[in-house]
Design a protein. Structure first.
Lengths: 202, 536
């Protein structure tokens, strides 16, 4: 409470009391609008359920059929809106690692899923499986990504300070029938990363 | 908290410095009065219209973040706002109901100015810009409810486009210029009109329309805001059906401010005459009112013809507005038969309303004058001003109770949102605004009590209108205007207010310069009173 030295012996004056009550009333009235700030972020990118890894042909990716050293572009999170499904920020590169990096194993360790948005200037990179390449390459300024970790090792993206040198990554799981699923992500730099910004390599 | 409310610190110094700097701008040329007690909102309906305009601007700007003015996406994006985006439902409903409130308050504002004769004496420009603003307000509301692109919106657009097309000179060219080529253009262009062209023109006209003296009554502003939210909670606006050119649309009527025009259109008479000429004539008549009103007096009682014309227009607006809504419920008849209004019947009623309204007006004036004369003969009864005398303790008690209620409402609103009861939470937030209005009123009253020197405990504590000099510094200027019919134009007087001088009482306003009568008509507060004083 107000502690100014007043003539009335350190007590709160009537006028101050009234002012404080008015301030409290104003705060109480407009406090409710703080929660209205939730209007601003777009909630359609949030998902609490696992989602299929849906390949461009419409089928779900399966451990037993997906080739080693091969990649596909996958939409995540998939929406009912065809325009949003073309969104670069929803485009992910689903990779089965080459044999030397453990791609032969029939578990999640053989798969990677990285955001295709290059951390440099947001072009779409992709995985090149040819011998001697076997890496992600960005067509715009030649940033190159290590498929094992998602870390940029060459080009402008590799020069960016962490977390902006490691691609956001989605966690996968495989059900008993071999189908591959995407686990609900945690969109933070310490979790699955922020698309177009990066992720801390832990 | 060890915060002193009196001590000058760097922040208050900075604010004071900023305020002193703003003092030289155009904005400070307007003098805001914050009434120190309840005043009738009729005197500042224009300010309320502006406040609603601001509410519409804020909610509309937020809705723009998610709305997509694309032919096949418009309706879906509104549905997403309504159903998916948190608080999207709230903002959409506030925006919708505020648009209706704005049209309604603007209409009330116009008719109050009309009947009180305030458009006279150098207020013609204010009146004319006001009428244009009113037309733009309706166009703004119209373009707003069209860009959802539901079935009803499509019907409204088709009517608007065909009416423009029906104008004999340049009509088709105007249609192409304003509406574009097809549905895709209609949606996109209506959106552009709605969010930029019309508001920017309105803002420009408002600069001209604003009088220098404005009343900003916080409780009334908050009450209006609360009422809009409350209405949104009780009557949430629906989505309508998405427009599909392969599906025959159901029977729809436009928003209430256009059903009057719709009634004329439904008479199936010539499109140009009913849909363009009649409303154009109506608007033109309103525009020239201050130039044909040659009465020397202000009161409606002393301007019988003008009052009668006003009553006639009101009667015709009310009748046609209702008629436009009414559709024969008999489903065995054909759609056309149910929709079409017999033009002879309609126009006969319109013509009949004229003598009826004139007769009614003359009767009312006669009665009012009679009552006035009677009141003069009879000795003045002590007006039973029942002032509620509460001790300060009780006022604090009420204040704390309201605060506690506000806390409860906050929690209730939050849980309502958590449980997905969107309309209930909007309703509660509306109540909160109303409680704040009440709280502010109590605060204002308590403050005036504190400032009063408490001469006699028997005297009513509220400063009486036009009698007791207001003892609060905010009411100072206003009381001056009312009592002496003068206006404080001097910068000195304005500065007294802005610098929050603690000068007490009415002595300063008494000494203030008296300005010519013509200027005094621009006052926005207590002016009606002033005018009736002058008459005597």
């Amino acid at each position: 409470m107000a502690q100014q030295p007043s003539k009335s012996g350190g007590k709160v004056s009537r006028r101050d009391f009234l002012k404080l009550m008015a301030a409290a009333g104003t705060v109480m009235t407009f406090a409710t609008f703080v929660d209205w700030g939730k209007f601003l972020p777009n909630p359609t990118g949030q998902s609490n359920e696992r989602q299929k890894v849906e390949l461009p042909d419409g089928s779900q990716a399966n451990v037993n059929s997906f080739q080693v050293n091969h990649s596909e572009a996958v939409i995540y999170p998939r929406s009912d809106d065809p325009v949003l499904n073309k969104e670069a920020f929803r485009t992910w590169q689903f990779i089965r690692l080459p044999e030397e990096l453990g791609g032969k194993k029939n578990d999640v360790a053989a798969f990677r899923m990285y955001s295709m948005v290059c951390l440099h200037l947001w072009c779409l990179w992709k995985y090149w499986p040819q011998d001697g390449r076997k890496r992600g390459e960005c067509p715009c300024h030649g940033s190159m990504y290590d498929p094992l970790t998602g870390k940029a090792f060459a080009g402008p993206a590799s020069l960016q300070a962490p977390p902006s040198n490691v691609l956001p990554r989605l966690d996968l799981e495989i059900s008993a029938d071999g189908n591959i699923w995407i686990k609900p992500p945690n969109w933070s730099v310490n979790g699955n990363g922020v698309v177009g910004y990066g992720r801390f390599l832990t | 908290m060890g915060v002193s409310l009196h001590r000058e610190n760097s922040l208050t110094r900075f604010l004071r410095w900023t305020y002193a700097g703003v003092d030289r701008t155009l904005f400070m040329g307007m003098k805001f009065t914050f009434p120190s007690r309840f005043v009738s909102p009729l005197g500042f309906l224009g300010m309320l219209t502006f406040v609603i305009f601001i509410i519409l601007g804020i909610t509309g700007a937020l809705l723009m973040l998610f709305y997509e003015p694309i032919l096949d996406r418009a309706w879906n994006s509104v549905k997403t706002i309504n159903d998916v985006i948190p608080y999207g439902f709230h903002l959409r409903n506030i925006h919708y109901h505020a648009s209706n409130a704005m049209v309604m308050v603007a209409l009330l504002h116009m008719y109050y100015q009309y009947f009180s004769g305030r458009y006279k004496i150098r207020n013609e420009i204010l009146w004319v810009t006001g009428i244009i603003l009113g037309v733009l307000t309706i166009l703004e509301a119209f373009t707003g409810y069209d860009i959802i692109f539901s079935e009803r919106a499509e019907l409204a657009i088709s009517i608007a486009a065909s009416l423009t097309n029906s104008i004999p000179i340049m009509g088709p060219q105007m249609r192409d210029a304003f509406f574009g080529a097809g549905f895709h253009d209609f949606v996109l262009r209506f959106y552009a009109f709605h969010v930029f062209f019309l508001p920017i023109v309105m803002l420009g006209l408002m600069v001209v329309h604003f009088p220098r003296f404005l009343v900003f009554d916080v409780p009334m502003v908050m009450a209006i805001t609360g009422a809009i939210m409350l209405t949104g909670g009780v009557f949430p606006v629906d989505m309508g059906l998405k427009f599909d050119p392969n599906v025959p649309p159901g029977i729809t009527v436009p928003e209430w401010y256009l059903t009057g025009l719709y009634a004329f259109l439904r008479s199936a008479y010539d499109k140009f005459t009913t849909g363009v000429a009649w409303p154009g004539l109506f608007i033109f008549a309103l525009l020239i009112v201050p130039f044909i009103d040659r009465y020397k007096k202000f009161s409606w009682k002393d301007r019988p013809i003008i009052t009668a014309i006003g009553i006639t227009s009101l009667a015709q607006i009310i009748v046609t507005t209702y008629w436009g809504f009414y559709i024969d419920p008999d489903r065995t008849k054909s759609l056309l038969e149910r929709l079409v209004i017999d033009p002879i019947f309609l126009y006969l009623v319109m013509i009949l309303l004229v003598p009826l309204s004139f007769g009614f007006t003359y009767m009312m004036i006669k009665l009012a004058k009679n009552a006035e004369a009677n009141a003069k003969i009879q000795p003045k009864k002590p007006t039973g001003k029942s002032s509620i005398n509460l001790t300060e303790k009780w006022i604090y008690g009420i204040f704390i109770a309201l605060l506690a209620f506000q806390v409860y409402l906050n929690i209730a609103a939050y849980y309502a949102v958590l449980n997905g009861m969107k309309n209930y939470s909007l309703f509660i937030v509306g109540i909160m605004m109303l409680v704040f209005a009440g709280m502010f009123h109590v605060f204002r009253h308590a403050r005036s009590l504190q400032k009063a020197p408490t001469p006699k405990p028997t005297m009513p504590p509220m400063p009486m209108k036009a009698k007791a000099p207001s003892l609060t510094k905010t009411g100072e200027a206003q009381t001056g205007q009312i009592t002496d019919g003068t206006k404080i134009l001097e910068d000195a007087a304005a500065k007294q207010k802005t610098l929050a001088s603690t000068k007490s009482g009415s002595s300063s306003s008494q000494s203030s310069q008296s300005v010519n009568k013509a200027d005094s008509a621009t006052l926005d507060s207590g002016e009606h009173k002033l005018i009736s004083d002058e008459k005597k």
